[in-house]
Design a protein. Sequence first.
Length: 259
Amino acid sequence: MFFTRSSRLRKYLICILVFSGIIFFAGSSWGQSFSIPSINLSVGDGGDEPGRATVVLQLLFIFTILSLAPAILVMVTSFTRIVVVLSLLRHALGTQQVPASQIIIGLALFLTFFIMTPVWNKMNSQAFQPYINEEISAEKAFDLAVRPIKEFMLKQTGEKDIALFIKISKGERPNKPDDIKLPVLMPAFVISELKTAFQIGFMVYLPFLILDMVVASVLLSMGMMMLPPIMISLPFKLLLFVLVDGWNLIIGSLVQSFS
């Protein structure tokens, strides 16, 4: 047994040495034809061209915004409420992975674009276009771009949630809504969105829960204790959801909840 293992080990070592030699000689003979070009990224002092530093800073700002785009999309838009309600709807139906997570996220994104379009139009007309036309400075454009977002979040955020984060941050009590800072408003907005989403989800979950209880009690009275109630109630849930035009009701209620 020992000699068999040692012979196998010797064969493996010989194969590894041969393979390494082939790679070495191939690399030495073909190295010139497969040379990797060097890449040099450098930023000069910009003394001769003052606009070059501005372009670099603008590119860094754009890349930073793009890297933070998913977090911004979740934090300051209607995406959180929509995706939570749709996920709770899927669990209430008991259809496991139908509709798929990609479909739920895609539908939530499209609804978010639909709901946030008026806000983005205000940002474009009040901040981005004047800044592109060099009518206002960058700081003024940022302040004007934040205002529509703050107005949208303030309409959907409860005073209790805002007061909580003001208390935690030990900040001064704002005299008017414009005095509320974004680091306080954004987490308060997310908490309010989660609370509203759970409230809507409970109302969606309730009729399906009652249907599950009815089916379970009927099966128990018939002595079919080994038969899973979810298997029997699933077709009735789908039938009920289709008859009442559930997608129309759910999506309409979600969109109107932001008005």
